[in-house]
Design a protein around this ligand. Structure first.
Ligand SMILES: [Fe+2]
Ligand SMILES: [Fe+2]
Length: 292
């Protein structure tokens, strides 16, 4: 396991990922899908726009993740972790591009209030780049990767609970992203451990990440709902009804979120690689694989 020890030529910390795990980027080509519905999540504006607001965060967020890992990439000495870093960078690069196409589609649907958000989110990450240390930036990546990995794991484990009634193409893009987030979920963490990243820094960086991510997504969500003229109590009653049987799913997610604040946290404490294998069995051949 990693210990932050530098050998003089680099950091000797190692990958914690299962041996059989292979991080392979897949091309999605979401932009070529025609006739995408406006409220693709079971006709519901709230769930649709909540996920789309998160999608607006992704392109710049994922570029930030790549930058923060690249700072240390050349000093990692474990060949397995080095290879995983390449896979991580390739996957996140494709995610950023696919979600940019996804977001452009949404703007073209008439949600022009979103245009300044691209600049605002880019600006937020620029400020982080400027005012925080490289260790803190990597800590933020580890934090946001934990949040995406736990959401991804839940989508893969409970698709019928969380994506019931979804338009098939949107279901496909979210599950594709979920699979790759699960595959590379330990890469930033292992890099952070390898460089001797401190526990308290990653804990604080989780709080700061949440303070950036949550208000951004919530403000966008309210703007979406106001633009659709449907910001009402009924919308929230409908959401409660949709999720009435999902209590255990949300408790499971909250428990996994909190585990991040333990010193013995490791992404593969939740050994859910089987969910990726299940998805691969039925979907792998649909995508062009980019093997390095
Ligand atoms: Fe991603
Ligand atoms: Fe990721």
């Amino acid at each position: 396991m990693s210990n932050g020890h530098s050998s003089g030529i680099g950091y000797v910390g190692q990958s914690s990922a299962p041996d059989q795990l292979n991080i392979i980027p897949r091309q999605m080509n979401f932009k070529h899908v025609k006739g995408k519905p406006k409220h693709w999540h079971h006709g519901d504006p709230l769930m649709t726009h909540l996920l789309t607001s998160a999608s607006f965060f992704f392109p710049e967020g994922e570029r930030f993740f790549i930058r923060s890992v690249r700072h240390y990439q050349n000093e990692i000495t474990d060949p397995k972790l080095s290879k995983e870093i390449l896979g991580f960078i390739a996957q996140e690069g494709i995610h950023g591009n696919e979600h940019e196409e996804y977001n452009e589609d949404v703007i073209e649907q008439g949600y022009t209030f979103l245009k300044p958000w691209k600049r605002i989110i880019k600006g937020l990450f620029k400020v982080v780049d400027r005012v925080t240390s490289r260790e803190f930036q990597l800590g933020m990546t580890v934090s946001l990767e934990h949040v995406t990995a736990l959401l991804a794991g839940s989508l893969l484990k409970h698709p019928e609970a969380l994506l019931k009634g979804c338009d098939p193409k949107y279901r496909e893009i979210w599950l594709w992203h979920a699979v790759e987030e699960t595959e590379h979920k330990s890469v930033a963490f292992d890099t952070y451990e390898a460089i001797g990243g401190r526990f308290w820094i990653r804990s604080v960086s989780m709080v700061v990440s949440n303070l950036i991510f949550l208000p951004t997504v919530l403000i966008m969500l309210v703007q979406f709902l106001r633009r659709d003229g449907c910001l009402s109590q009924q919308l929230f009653r409908d959401a409660m009804e949709y999720h009435q049987d999902n209590g255990e799913v949300f408790i499971e997610m909250w428990t996994e979120y909190k585990s991040f604040f333990r010193k013995d946290f490791s992404p593969w404490n939740n050994l859910n690689q089987g969910l990726v294998d299940d998805w691969k069995d039925s979907n792998q051949t649909k995508y062009s694989m980019i093997e390095g």
